[in-house]
Design a binder for this molecule. Structure first.
Ligand SMILES: *[C@@H]1O[C@H](CO)[C@@H](O)[C@H](O)[C@H]1NC(C)=O
Ligand SMILES: *[C@@H]1O[C@H](CO)[C@@H](O)[C@H](O)[C@H]1NC(C)=O
Ligand SMILES: *[C@@H]1O[C@H](CO)[C@@H](O)[C@H](O)[C@H]1NC(C)=O
Ligand SMILES: *[C@@H]1O[C@H](CO)[C@@H](O)[C@H](O)[C@H]1NC(C)=O
Ligand SMILES: *[C@@H]1O[C@H](CO)[C@@H](O)[C@H](O)[C@H]1NC(C)=O
Length: 703
């Protein structure tokens, strides 16, 4: 008994003492972890245990796994758990880290071994090429999902397809369609069930155009087809419907009960097909097309020895693992069931990946010539860097054509670049909706939406509670403060008042308000552009109404800023037509703009790429991928390229569906309805002259 206690104490002390090389307090090792999107949070459960028991390890929360990888490379944290796909996504960045341990869930060298199985009826009498064996056969395709729990991500499945197919590079077809066409041309028929693209309408279109790829399905070619998925494709093969499929070696062995002694009846009709065109009995060792390595522990170079010691202590201590700080650490590393096998010596990421035959090769497939990209325009070094990481992360999951990033000095320059065809897309906020449409010939193809009204962009009229203003009509002849000229507030208010107060556009523009401050409007500069200054102007009594967002109002009301005390008398003026939400308009958090004359194919491609990135790296449980978080912070900065409150990226049609259609006064729909911009102090309409006239009129009326 006392010996046991001594041993346990000894091993803990030894580990704790040896961890002085970490980058945390007192040389603690810092573990970077990423929380999932679910309700269960690992950090609050397990991290305090590490502290309490003085394990010499402390937790750091990363935004996503690539964020953790960058922090390890920079040396601000020491280690974390990663997938082999993370290492592929990071290979362009030359990160300086070491792979120290493999997290093996079973005692086999690779996490996945992908094999091809064929019906012997298509095998020729003599050895042949892969191409000749499979040409005009029927394919049972396991389908693709965004879920990396399933063995085949889109890239790996694309790689296996392409080992056989010739590449189709028709410039008039989208990338996705080229891939489907190559598949349809090569095989007689197939069952490739499940969604081909995220947009259901486009999916139906493609499925009817390439109907042979659904012809072998049992039902509707959807994800509930009996031939969908890994087991489904094996059933498709075993039923004799298809001639060939691929899958995880263990699944195949289990399906045909190969290792069981009582092999599935009819299994002798099938064989493993090898990459060189030869074949083997199912009872033989399978020939593997592609191997996927295990998840790994990655460490900062300087801390790698200490990390190995900690990881080894998890497996060495046997029964102790369930309890205390080792149990907590095992849970944080998701290593409860997995012995952490140390790599001696620790390896560079690419050396580690190289051991898995076919894995890296699968991610470097030859592109079409000329290569195709979706070029996204960014406005800062940080944004450009985030875009690059998003691009790499997307490429790992087969998002094609790949995203490419270029940088311009500001949003206006980006919109110009899109108009000129130098970029395909640029992101911008709602203040740019009208200028993009009117001055740059662009169209918003996707919107950053959230169904939570408090979190989206709104324009509300705020007034002084003692000002006698109690309805929108009372604003006539008052002094109005806008955050800027030509922005969301400007156009929303103009639309609202011309619609509801029976004034013509011309009349509104020239004389509705007694005084207008809207930075950017020619001549006057009453305050700096922005919502804060518009609000300040109201609080200080220099304006009677300020048109700003609910967000800004709430921020100032709740803050300890100098304004917050005077804010007490500032109240929203709810339009009679919108008592429920109180705003004059609402709009999405941001927009992805493209040139309005792009071809339909190109538009499909653009929408497809961004919605796939959204599905992978946005907020779509249960598929949310912890590798990258496109709406999350990047290098500790929020709101880079995309907004943190964004729920998803959606085309304009979503604004006419539930729940968005129940929220009135959507600015995107209002703007898309405007056909005539001439009634405006339009940028092209010599605003100073109009202002002069307006001021004169005001002056005459007042005197
Ligand atoms: C392809 O296979 C189908 C069905 O097995 C057959 O009817 C067709 O003639 C074949 N086509 C070619 C070009 O061999
Ligand atoms: C063989 O299969 C049977 C029924 O599917 C199962 O109960 C048994 O455990 C299997 N045996 C082996 C050795 O896997
Ligand atoms: C916008 O497009 C229209 C027609 O498509 C064209 O006449 C006009 O010149 C374009 N404007 C700009 C600024 O490119
Ligand atoms: C779209 O318009 C721009 C400028 O207005 C022009 O340079 C470009 O060639 C057009 N693109 C297409 C696909 O028509
Ligand atoms: C767009 O215009 C049509 C016809 O003028 C009108 O019926 C519709 O309500 C308008 N939609 C919006 C959002 O303003």
């Amino acid at each position: 008994m006392s010996v046991n206690v001594f041993l346990v104490l000894f091993c803990c002390v030894a580990v704790v003492l040896s961890q002085g090389t970490g980058s945390g307090n007192d040389g603690n090792l810092r573990l970077c972890i990423v929380e999932g999107r679910g309700a269960y949070k690992r950090a609050p459960t397990h991290c305090p245990v590490l502290d309490k028991e003085k394990a010499g390890i402390e937790c750091v929360l990363g935004t996503d796994r690539l964020d953790c990888l960058r922090r390890i490379s920079k040396g601000t944290v020491d280690f974390g758990v990663f997938s082999p796909e993370d290492l592929v996504a990071a290979q362009w960045a030359n990160i300086d880290v070491l792979v120290t341990n493999e997290l093996r869930f079973r005692s086999k060298p690779f996490a996945r071994n992908i094999v091809a199985v064929v019906n012997r009826r298509i095998l020729p009498d003599h050895s042949s090429t892969l191409h000749a064996v499979l040409r005009n056969s029927t394919l049972c395709h396991p389908g693709e999902t965004m879920d990396d729990l399933r063995p085949l991500s889109e890239t790996l499945s694309g790689y296996l397809e392409r080992l056989v197919l010739e590449r189709s590079c028709d410039p008039t077809l989208s990338n996705t369609e080229n891939k489907l066409k190559a598949l349809a041309d090569f095989y007689w028929q197939a069952c490739k069930a499940g969604p081909w693209v995220p947009d259901p309408n486009r999916d139906a279109e493609l499925k009817s155009k390439y109907s042979s790829l659904c012809a072998a399905c049992a039902r509707k070619c959807s994800a509930d087809d009996p031939y969908w998925g890994n087991a489904g494709s094996l059933t498709c093969l075993a039923d004799g419907v298809g001639d060939v499929t691929w899958g995880e070696a263990d699944d195949v062995a289990a399906y045909f009960k190969i290792k069981n002694g009582t092999t599935l009846a009819g299994a002798e009709n099938f064989a493993y097909l090898c990459r060189d065109g030869t074949w083997r009995d199912l009872s033989q060792e399978p020939c593997v097309w592609l191997r996927r390595p295990w998840n790994i522990i990655v460490a900062k170079r300087k801390a790698s020895e200490a990390v190995i010691r900690v990881a080894n202590s998890l497996s060495d201590s046997g029964a102790v693992v369930g309890a205390g700080w080792r149990g907590a650490l095992a849970a944080l590393l998701e290593a409860r069931a997995a012995p952490a096998a140390a790599l001696r010596p620790p390896r560079a990421p690419l050396d580690y990946l190289a051991a898995a035959h076919g894995f890296r090769e699968a991610y470097s497939q030859p592109a079409c010539d000329p290569p195709r990209h979706i070029v996204l325009c960014t406005t800062s070094l940080l944004a450009n860097n985030k875009c690059e990481w998003l691009s790499e992360a997307g490429a790992v999951y087969g998002v094609a054509p790949p995203l490419q990033c270029v940088r311009r000095e500001d949003t206006a320059a980006c919109l110009r670049a899109v108009r000129a065809g130098e970029c395909d897309a640029a992101t911008a906020g709602s203040d740019w909706l009208v200028p993009a449409l009117r001055d740059y010939n662009l169209t918003a193809v996707l919107h950053e939406v959230t169904p939570i009204v408090e979190k989206t962009n709104t324009i509300v009229a705020y007034v002084n509670s003692d000002s006698q203003i109690s309805k929108m009509a009372d604003l006539r002849g008052k002094r109005a403060a806008f955050p800027r000229y030509d922005g969301a507030a400007w156009h929303s208010v103009k639309h609202y008042i011309t619609q509801h107060e029976k004034v013509s556009c011309k009349e509104y523009v020239e004389s509705y308000f007694k005084e207008i401050c809207a930075p950017g409007l020619d001549g006057k500069k009453c305050y700096e552009e922005g919502e804060a200054d518009a609000l300040k102007s109201l609080v200080e009594g220099k304006s009677d109404v300020a048109f700003i967002s609910m967000n800004t109002y709430n921020t100032f009301k709740d803050s300890a800023a100098p304004l917050s005390n005077d804010m007490k008398k500032i109240v929203p003026l709810c339009p009679e037509q919108n008592q429920k939400y109180c705003f004059v308009s609402w709009s999405s958090l941001g927009h992805i703009f493209a040139a309005n004359n792009i071809t339909l194919t190109r538009k499909h491609e653009l929408i497809n790429v961004f919605t796939k990135l959204d599905q992978l790296f946005g907020k779509h449980p249960p598929f949310h991928n912890p590798m990258f978080s496109m709406y999350g912070a990047f290098n500790h900065e929020n709101e880079v390229i995309f907004h943190s409150n964004t729920k998803s990226l959606a085309p304009s049609t979503v604004l006419k569906t539930h729940p968005y259609d129940k929220i009135p006064y959507n600015l995107e729909l209002i703007v898309s309805n405007i056909t005539d911009f001439t009634c405006d102090f339009g940028a092209k309409v010599a605003p100073s002259l109009i202002m002069l006239v307006a001021t004169l009129v005001v002056f005459l009326i007042n005197s």
